[in-house]
Write a protein that binds this ligand. Structure first.
Ligand code: AMP
Ligand code: ZN
Length: 474
């Protein structure tokens, strides 16, 4: 089996990946805070996780992915209180928008999407165990994690809290803390805010504890992969590690994978900077989300992507080359008697593609392998060397890798099954017209009619005149 390597943020090194249980990978991915529409930066992270899970399946593993939904948090509470609705009433449309966005980018569903509000008893239980073991303490009805009790705090991010936080202002509702570095596990209820009962009075969980509780509930005290965007490394993941490992004494996850940010004009796309694009914004501007998915795939997850309209155009052009190949394959004849090298090319694609994914999910190298294949097959078709069965070999090679890419089948994205005439060069149209004419001359009318119909579908009209066939775009 191919050796798989991932860059582990824990330890900052490329490590050989081996799941705890042979053949099965358990993945926890931090999910959205459901209070507004996700922007393309958020979607980059979710897409990275989608491709990671698909790649692991391609490489032969069964994958169980869990993604939490953060449905209780300051902005959610403020929004619900302002509108006079319950938390659930407030978050339901945002949750629906999130799932719609996943579908729009063809991001496959995780096995589970547990909601924080449905796991409060598990969080209370974890907090109680932290108090019992001296890792947490109560102050004014809130509970805080005692950073000092965790000698290795900072092992993921390498943060030096002593330097980073000295003199930092303490939030109004965190005055009771023993140490400014401590973080909140449970917040005492404020008036008129939704709250849950606990042994320490009414309140609500802090953000970090939800991921510790839900990941361990569904995936066990130690699981294989924990993922998120790089901004999750500190404090979120660092705090998850401190809380979980203080209770269990075991590593929470064996490999920590983080995707870099999506930038706009060189700055992180974020709600607070006001430079965000939602998928609705992109659709409104006429962008093809299939090209957006391709663009995001074309950059390795540990590199920043600078989002520009020109780069989406570039991605669309790359896709057109693939669409054109599929179109040609559909129409080319398998008439060569010599053996073509197509089977060899398909085998090479599978090998290079798998090796690229195994190399820390190198999707840009995987796409390079695909484009090499496209070039090779184009040459075979152009030289009229397609032999019996080759069409199917090429098609299934593409289908196989599309299980990971999720982008090759135009028709699955609401486009026509064939390349548009705009995507077909004159020479390609000429070739099809000539093939149709040859079929007509050979009195193979079924084939000539089928070719005329294909051309019509891509907006090309063919007329037969005394001087031979003529064509025009509609
Ligand atoms: P949130 O809904 O804010 O909790 O974010 C959901 C996910 O999106 C987290 O894993 C973040 O790390 C990630 N994220 C936020 N902004 C960006 C960005 N500009 N680029 C990539 N990922 C991001
Ligand atoms: Zn999380």
């Amino acid at each position: 089996m191919t050796e798989i390597r991932f860059w582990n943020t824990m330890g900052r090194a490329l490590e050989t990946f081996e799941p705890l249980e042979p053949g099965r990978v358990r993945v926890y991915t931090c999910g959205p805070t459901v209070y507004g529409e996700a922007h393309l930066g958020n979607m980059r992270t979710f897409l990275f996780e989608d491709v990671l899970c698909r790649a692991l399946e391609y490489l032969g593993f069964g994958v169980e992915q869990v993604m939490n939904l953060t449905d209780v948090e300051d902005k959610i509470i403020a929004g619900a209180v302002a509108r006079g609705v319950t938390l659930r009433e407030f978050t339901t449309p945002h949750e629906a928008a999130f799932f719609r966005d996943l579908d729009r980018l063809h991001i496959r569903r995780a096995a589970r999407y547990p909601r924080a509000t449905e796991h409060v008893p598990e969080m209370v239980d974890l907090i109680a165990r932290l108090i019992e073991s001296g890792h947490a303490y109560q102050a004014d009805g809130s509970i805080f994690f005692r950073i000092e009790s965790d000698a290795d705090y900072g092992r993921l991010s390498g943060v030096d809290l002593a330097a980073a936080r000295r003199g930092e202002r303490v939030a109004d509702d965190e005055y009771g803390k023993e140490d400014v570095r401590d973080f909140v596990l449970w917040k005492a209820a404020k008036e008129d805010e939704p709250s849950w009962d606990s042994p320490w009075g009414p309140g609500r969980p802090g953000w970090h504890i939800e991921c510790s509780a839900m990941s361990m509930q569904y995936l066990g005290e130690t699981f294989d992969l924990h993922c998120g965007g790089v901004d999750n490394i500190f404090p979120h993941h660092e705090n998850e590690i401190a809380q979980s490992e203080s209770v269990t004494g075991r590593p929470l996850a064996r490999y920590w994978l983080h995707s870099e940010h999506l930038l706009v004009d060189g700055r992180k796309m974020s709600k607070s900077l006001g430079n965000q694009y939602t998928l609705d914004d992109l659709i409104e501007r006429g962008l093809d989300l299939r090209a957006v998915r391709y663009l995001l795939l074309s950059v390795h997850y540990r590199q920043k992507v600078n989002f520009t309209f020109a780069s989406v155009e570039g991605a669309a052009a790359a896709l057109r080359r693939i669409d054109d190949l599929r179109f040609r394959l559909d129409h080319a004849r398998e008439r060569s008697v010599e053996r073509s090298d197509l089977r060899g090319q398909a085998a090479r694609l599978a090998e290079e593609f798998g090796a690229a994914l195994a190399d820390d999910l190198n999707t840009s190298a995987a796409l390079a392998a695909l484009h090499r294949f496209v070039r090779d097959v184009n040459v075979t078709v152009e030289e009229d060397r397609l032999g019996p069965g080759d069409r199917e070999v090429a098609r299934s090679a593409l289908c196989e890798i599309d299980g990971v890419l999720g982008v090759l089948h135009r028709e699955e994205w609401g486009g026509a099954a064939l390349a548009p005439s705009a995507g077909l060069g004159e020479s390609e149209i000429e070739t099809l017209v000539a093939e149709r004419e040859a079929a007509r001359q050979a009195r193979d009318f079924a084939r000539s009619d089928a070719l005329r119909e294909r051309l019509r579908e891509v907006g090309v009209q063919v007329e037969d005149t005394a001087a031979g066939p003529r064509w025009r775009r509609e």
